[in-house]
Design a protein around this ligand. Structure first.
Ligand SMILES: [Mn+2]
Length: 258
């Protein structure tokens, strides 16, 4: 596993900080960095809200272990590190002692998948993880896909929500400055619609925005990718695309005369 010691130390510090901000009653926004930071942000969230549900929005399932991963990249493993049902599949990992996988895979859902390794697919099927891969999004539409995942994970609609949003869930044309781009992904409008739908539940407590890498691509690529990320965050935090009138002002301001 590449750079495990540094990844682990970063995730540990992040976990502590995420828990602090949540205990303070605020929504947490975590900007990555690669998706290995999800280990820290979800761990921190779980410490505060044990009933949390996790929506992993990604082109990839990120549920490899060190055994099933071809690359050794920890950003392909955070889901497997987090879930208690998968803890037996890991060897002892030095430096990861701080992290006890207690989050249940039963509280995980996926949206946007289109590049899934065979052992990852096995895990999705074995644990029956609610998954709307791109062909499912094509069939049902993004809003209904999100609503299905929420409904399956939390039929009564009362649990805190954590969204871990990998920018590579968006189509590579929409967000090119990322490490493992995959074509055929969500449009930015689908990403925004998804976040608006989740925001509307009133239960979104934490958002990760990861895998924006400004070192990749041209100036235009960078600008598109960063703009896309900002649009996703604005939607997650409740900015309406139709605009917002000033509060408490019923009439348009009268023209002033000199
Ligand atoms: Mn990812």
């Amino acid at each position: 596993m590449e750079h495990l010691e540094q990844v682990s130390a970063c995730a540990q510090a992040l976990s502590t900080r995420v828990a602090e901000v949540l205990r303070d009653g605020r929504v947490v926004v975590t900007i990555g960095g690669d998706h290995s930071i999800g280990v820290g942000s979800v761990d921190g969230h779980y410490k505060v809200n044990e009933d949390m549900i996790l929506i992993w929005v990604d082109a990839h399932a990120d549920i490899n272990t060190n055994e099933t991963s071809d690359s050794g990249s920890v950003h392909g493993m955070p889901v497997a590190l987090l879930c208690r049902e998968l803890s037996d599949y890991w060897p002892y990992l030095p430096t990861m002692d701080w992290q006890v996988p207690r989050f249940s895979i039963k509280n995980l859902g996926y949206i946007g998948l289109r590049s899934v390794d065979s052992y990852e697919r096995l895990a999705i099927e074995k644990y029956n993880i609610p998954t709307f891969a791109m062909e499912d999004v094509d069939t049902h539409g993004i809003k209904s896909s999100v609503q299905h995942v929420l409904q399956q994970l939390d039929p009564r609609g009362e649990k805190p929500i954590h969204v871990s949003f990998d920018i590579d869930s968006l189509d590579a044309l929409e967000a090119p400055s990322t490490g493992t781009p995959v074509r055929g992904g969500l449009t930015l409008r689908e990403g925004i619609n998804m976040m608006e739908t989740i925001y509307a539940t009133g239960r979104l407590r934490a958002v990760d925005l990861v895998e924006i890498n400004p070192a990749i691509g041209t100036d235009t690529d960078r600008r598109h990718t960063i703009d896309a990320g900002l649009s996703i965050l604005k939607a997650a935090l409740g900015a309406p695309r139709r605009g917002t009138a000033p509060k408490g002002v019923l009439d348009l301001p009268k023209p002033t005369t000199a």
